[in-house]
Design a protein around this ligand. Structure first.
Ligand code: ADP
Ligand code: MG
Length: 401
């Protein structure tokens, strides 16, 4: 089980962070960053960089690779610390608590704000289980050095943050999107449980209708969730529904949009049928159809009262402005869709059966010792020195994405 021991953060000096940041910057153009380049970017005196690298290595914040040349790359932990430090410095939270979830491509922790409010920090790990997908994209990756897990995880976080924010502003029941840095999204804590853990509902019909209604409303706004299942739907004690997990959302203009939409709907119906013993043969749901759409008749009628994609999906440009406002551009969209899409399509057949467990990863855990928040407010870490190191190297800082 990966425990995020942020205590280590406290013992890292400014120079440590400066060098760690230098490694990160080098990774834009190098999978393994030559030690001399790290040294040049960090700009520490008297070969100080090498001593610091040793320390970072000891704490597993960087990985040493000398197969081709003497070089380093960030580990997930190193990247985690850079994001956490930035968010702590911004005052978003000041303590890290227990891990509340291990998703396929994320680790989720409780964090606490200065005033004690418990929030959720989601660290994206794109590429952790999708090595097959990464492999299949190798040709593509070769031409674009920046397409590494750092870049993809950052993009996934940015996409999730942008969508969560925009959806929230449009009245969808999602967590409040609070901040985002690198591969890390901070959001409000949803009081409740993933639907998969819910054994009983007072009003299963209503909840089902609400949930299917959300899929439909998303499509009306030009979007498909694409991973709409009992793990990504939260239910609270009042049976209020909140949806989470957005990095894989696509536009209704996507060429596989109808398939994704039907899959989302199917998934929900199936789960409700199985878990709550509901049968929907005669249960008709009325959905608002777009008034002026008589051209799209080629799609068959909804069977057993289920919503049909072509009668709903309308505009593909929804949210563009809002997404851009969060810094998530069209190009980002294309980049990440290209990657995620390649992954899902290929993994479809095999995913469920040979769900490879990543080696370094364990299960969700809730041991008592994890519930203690590790306070970070003792950290007095300054960004200024690091950004000046960055400008020395003639590159932008990666903060403020
Ligand atoms: P993944 O993309 O890895 O599936 P999710 O965003 O679905 O990650 O989160 C994984 C799990 O973490 C969820 O099933 C849920 O139990 C928990 N979780 C995620 N976000 C929140 C939140 N805002 N509030 C409460 N629990 C959350
Ligand atoms: Mg999920």
């Amino acid at each position: 089980t990966m425990k995020l021991d942020v205590n280590c953060l406290r013992y890292l000096s400014k120079d440590d962070f400066r060098v760690l940041t230098a490694v990160e910057m080098g990774m834009r153009n190098h999978e393994i960053v030559p030690a001399e380049l790290v040294d040049r970017i960090a700009g520490l005196k008297h070969g100080g960089t090498y001593k610091v690298l040793k320390n970072l290595l000891k704490h597993k914040l960087v990985h040493h690779d000398s197969s081709k040349y003497d070089g380093f790359r960030l580990t997930y932990l190193g990247y985690d610390f850079l994001a956490i430090k930035t968010l702590v410095n911004r005052g978003v939270f000041s303590a890290v608590g227990r891990q509340i979830g291990v998703g396929k491509e994320s680790d989720i922790f409780e964090v606490a704000a200065e005033d004690g409010t418990i929030l959720v920090m989601k660290l994206h790990r794109l590429g952790r289980v999708s090595f097959r997908a990464v492999k299949s994209k190798r040709d593509y990756l070769k031409h674009r050095n920046s397409y590494n897990w750092l870049y993809l995880s950052r993009l996934a976080a940015l996409k999730e943050f942008a969508f969560m924010k925009a959806l929230g502003e449009h009245g969808f029941p999602v967590p409040d999107a609070l901040d985002c840095n690198r591969h890390c999204v901070v959001m409000s804590l949803v009081q409740g449980y993933p639907l998969v853990q819910v054994k009983e509902l007072q009003n299963p019909d209503e909840v089902l209708e609400t949930i299917v209604g959300l899929v439909v409303r998303l499509a009306e706004h030009g979007l498909i969730h694409c991973d709409f299942n009992e793990f990504n739907i939260m239910i609270d004690d009042n049976e209020k529904v909140t949806m989470i997990d957005f990095p894989q959302m696509v536009s209704v203009s996507h060429r596989n949009a109808k398939m994704y939409f039907d899959r989302d709907v199917e998934c929900v119906y199936k789960f409700f049928a199985k878990r709550f013993n509901l049968s929907y043969q005669e249960d008709r749901h009325e959905f608002n159809r777009t008034e002026d759409d008589d051209a799209d008749e080629e799609d068959e009628e909804e069977e057993d009262g289920r919503p049909s994609f072509s009668s709903i999906a309308k505009s593909a440009s929804f949210l563009d402005k809002e997404l851009a406002a969060s810094g998530f551009t069209r190009k980002d969209q294309e980049d990440i869709d290209r990657f995620i899409e390649g992954g899902t399509e290929e993994e479809e057949d095999t995913m469920s059966s040979d769900d490879e467990e990543p080696k370094e990863q364990g299960q969700t855990h809730t041991e008592a010792d994890d519930s203690v928040f590790q306070n970070l407010d003792l950290l007095n870490l300054e960004d200024k020195n690091i950004s000046s190191a960055n400008s020395n190297a003639g590159q932008n800082t990666t903060d403020g994405l």
